[in-house]
Design a protein. Structure first.
Lengths: 115, 115
């Protein structure tokens, strides 16, 4: 069973640009969550998508957005990049429903550097 | 506000000894507490979880203890091996029956193994 796949693995962008990151969840998983990881703030929840709908959202500005497709693949977009957006962006997939749905499977992440 | 996972930042353990990683939390409304392991260059990996109505749960070489009275969570790793070197995060998750869920991560403890 293939794991969670994130592309690209590494990305360098310039301030003011926008970026799109992609995540393919484990087959059969309908929930995709996105997290930002930085040395200073740790792992912070961005948003969760389930069946193409955003179910939950963290405390990030509107420059951070996402979407989910009918095959459960998800993309997140960051517009007007700032230096502080440099981070490891992690995607996690899970079945998405049921009280026992605690195990989220993470991808290796996309390392975004803003210069 | 939400707060989970006040960790000691580093822990050094002799190979073969038992490791105990501690975590304090503040939110009594959490449904599940979860431990993740993150190795260098990889995304977090699920280790074990415990439901909030339990005190102890055991897995392979790992035991999680939950003390709700003092809002304390610990992960015990038996016979620590070099492959256990990683950053360990405690996290919480709330799973309302009809709504979304998200994982809130603590700051993490870096476990180093001395040969």
């Amino acid at each position: 069973k293939a794991g969670v796949t994130q592309t690209p693995r590494y990305l360098i962008k310039t301030r003011g640009q926008q970026v799109t990151l992609s995540c393919s969840p484990i087959s059969g998983h309908r929930s995709v969550s996105w997290y930002q990881q930085t040395p200073g703030q740790g792992l912070q929840f961005l948003f969760e998508y389930f069946s193409e709908t955003q179910r939950n959202k963290g405390n990030f500005p509107g420059r951070f957005s996402g979407r989910q497709f009918s095959n459960s693949r998800s993309e997140m977009n960051v517009s007007t990049l700032e230096l502080g957006d440099s981070a490891l962006y992690l995607c996690a997939s899970s079945p998405g429903q049921g009280a026992g749905d605690t195990e989220a499977f993470f991808g290796q992440g996309t390392r975004l550097t803003v210069v | 506000g939400e707060s989970v996972g006040l960790h000691l930042p580093t822990l050094s353990v002799q190979e073969g000894d038992n490791s105990i990683i501690n975590c304090a939390y503040s939110n009594s409304a959490s449904d599940y507490f979860i431990w993740y392991k993150q190795e260098s260059g990889k995304g977090p990996q699920f280790i074990i979880d415990i439901r909030s109505n339990m005190d102890k749960r055991q897995g392979q070489r790992v035991t999680v203890l939950l003390n709700k009275t003092v809002k304390h969570l610990s992960l015990q790793i038996a016979a620590t091996q070099p492959g256990d070197s990683a950053v360990y995060f405690c996290a919480e998750k709330r799973i309302p029956w009809s709504s979304a869920s998200k994982i809130i991560f603590g700051s993490g403890t870096r476990l180093s193994i001395r040969p």
